[in-house]
Design a protein around this ligand. Structure first.
Ligand SMILES: Cc1cc2nc3c(=O)[nH]c(=O)nc-3n(C[C@H](O)[C@H](O)[C@H](O)COP(=O)(O)O)c2cc1C
Length: 181
């Protein structure tokens, strides 16, 4: 059984939900995941004693949460010593064109370059349009973006694009890496 830190950054909650699903799969595989919000670490947090790391962050205005990048930079030597994985959540990953897929990967690669981290496994996951979480201006902006890219434009409801099977495969693959070590 491996003790795994599942660290995430989230603005409207979708990355938190994905991190929870990853933790659930790891738990079902017999591991001991600990969910940690990178901006709200417990006072007693220590990076020591984890056998693996999964980090997730979402994209807003072309970049991942700064506090997640800071967390990874601060602990990169620790993360590189054991199996580690990173997942990036965005709406670009939901668009479904080869160009958009390439952009989603570039955003992920940019995060790794910025932090100097080389995880063993990476993934991009489509996120969600959460009109219910947005203020007036953000709702307006996101509707325009959604219209342009073929996303949902009915602001009276939310749209979830995350492919949960892909999330579970990612987590299962990471569980396999933990088992190998
Ligand atoms: C204000 C705002 C800006 C966003 N900017 C981007 C962006 O630049 N590129 C992108 O692919 N997705 C962008 N998104 C979509 C988010 O990545 C997506 O909604 C994701 O599910 C958010 O995850 P979270 O709920 O964990 O924060 C943006 C969303 C909002 C609300």
């Amino acid at each position: 059984m491996a003790r795994v830190a599942v660290v995430y950054g989230t603005t409207e909650g979708q990355t938190a939900a994905i991190a929870e699903r990853v933790a659930g799969v790891l738990s079902d595989a017999g591991h001991d995941p600990v969910l940690l919000h990178a901006a709200h670490l417990p006072a007693e947090f220590s990076p020591d004693g984890y056998d693996g790391w999964v980090v997730g962050a979402s994209v807003h205005y072309g970049r991942h949460q700064r506090y997640v990048a800071r967390f990874v930079r601060d602990h990169v030597a620790t993360l590189d010593r054991v199996p580690s994985a990173f997942f990036s959540v965005s709406l670009t990953a939901a668009t479904g064109t080869p160009e958009a897929d390439a952009t989603a990967r570039e955003l992920l690669d940019g995060f790794l370059t910025e932090t100097g981290w080389t995880p063993d496994l990476t993934a991009v996951f489509p996120g969600a349009l959460k009109y219910s979480e947005y203020g007036l201006l953000t709702r307006f902006v996101m509707r325009r973006i959604a219209r342009k890219h073929g996303g949902g434009t009915d602001a009276s409801r939310d749209y979830e694009y995350t492919e949960w099977d892909a999330v579970e495969r990612f987590a299962a693959e990471f569980a396999g890496l933990l088992a190998e070590r």
